[in-house]
Structure formats: structure tokens, C-alpha cells
Write a protein of this length. Sequence first.
Length: 255
Amino acid sequence: MCSSDLGPAAPAADVQKMAEFVITDTKAGPYQNGNMDAPRTSNDIQPYTMINQEAILESNAYDLNNFLKDQLTQNAVVQDYSQLAPTAGANGNNGTSSQVNFRGLGNLHTLILVNGYRIPSYQIIGVQYQPNINGIPLGAIDHIEVVRGPMASLYGSDAVSGVIQIFTRRGKVGSQVDASVTAGSQEFHQVTAAWSGGVERWQGAVTVSDQATQGFSATNRLAASTSFHPDRDGFRQQSLQGSLSHDIASGWRLR
């Protein structure tokens, strides 16, 4: 006969009872859980990138197109519009049209959204160009969401290669002031001042920006294909961006 002694049972008073907890699965949906457009998460199979305001302000980029080229993998071109001689869509130096091109499908297949709204493309002499995001000052941007991959089922053929959604500054309870000054060669300067804040039911934001440069000639003295013009191709952009919102009732906001 065999016997086993496991020792005396622990008194009921020594048993520790754990607190009850429940695990639930929450699926990301449009305009919920931090996603402002496509239903997905940061761990989705499609590459999903969020760029916050701090990264934008610390980049020292002079326009949004060049900032995105530094942040996102995309197809390069031999020359972008800022390196070409003046034409209808490429006028050299600053102020040129943007070229955001994911997956080699062309920049007309990368959809641009600002605060959830489509930015229309434009045509010059029968040639269609991507919406120009360089007109949006970097200081006016709150954050950027990017999907690099086919989103045509949700947005149409404009989003075959991806979507870029740009969110401008919005007011929050409290007060925040930001200012920056940048200077460089060719008499370049960029000055930006921004304020955002508000109280319980009223919030607002204002961004003022001034960017200018004397530039240089966009034509090449040694290029036989173009006429050389020694005059400088300067550029200046001044902008004022603002927003105002009011919480009129629970779950209802007027913007």
C-alpha cells in the first residue's frame, strides 16, 4: 500500500482572491480610436505612419514636400520640380508643385486629404498635376497620417498607391504658443508664430507664417536646351490659418 502526504490544506483566511477583470476586443473604426479615415491600427498589414507635430517642427524643412521625402520611403525622380527649368508646373526653387509618389504609380495616384477633405488636382495647358501641398505651412500642421498601400476600395482610383491625410492645428483647453525663425543662404528666411487654446466649450488656433528667398536663376547657362536668364527666381509666401470650434451639446461640435 502506498500513501502520499501533501501536507495540511491552507486555511481559508490565507487564500488571496484576485480582482475580477474582463478582456474585450475593440476593433478600430473610421473616426474612432485615433484613426481619422481608414479602419486600421498601427499593427495592420498595410504600412501605417503617424507623424506628430514635434517631428515636423524639429525637421527644419522648408516645405511639406521635402519633409515627407525625408520621412517616407517613396519613388525618387531624376529631378524634382524645384530642380527643373521654369515650365508651366515647375518654376524652379521654392514654391514649386509637390511630387509625392508611393509605389511607383505616379503622384496622381496618391490621395491628399486635409482635415478629411480632398484637395483637388489642377491642370495647366492640358497637363494634370498633383494637389500642391507646399502651400500648407509646416507650422500650421498638427499631425500627418499616411497609408502606403492600395486604398482604392475606400477612396477611389486616386488612392491606388496610398493616402496622405494632413490635420491642421486645432484648439484645446489651455493655451500653447509656438514660434520659430529660420534663416539661410540666398537671403532665405522663414518666420512662424502659432497659438492654440481655449476654454471648456470654445477652442481655437491661429498660425501666421512668412517665408521668402531671393533665390537664384532656375535656368542653366551651360544647358543648350533652355534659354539662360540671369535674373533671380525669388519666392515669397505669406499665410494665415485659423480654426474655431464650439461644443454646442454633448457629442456635438460646431467648427
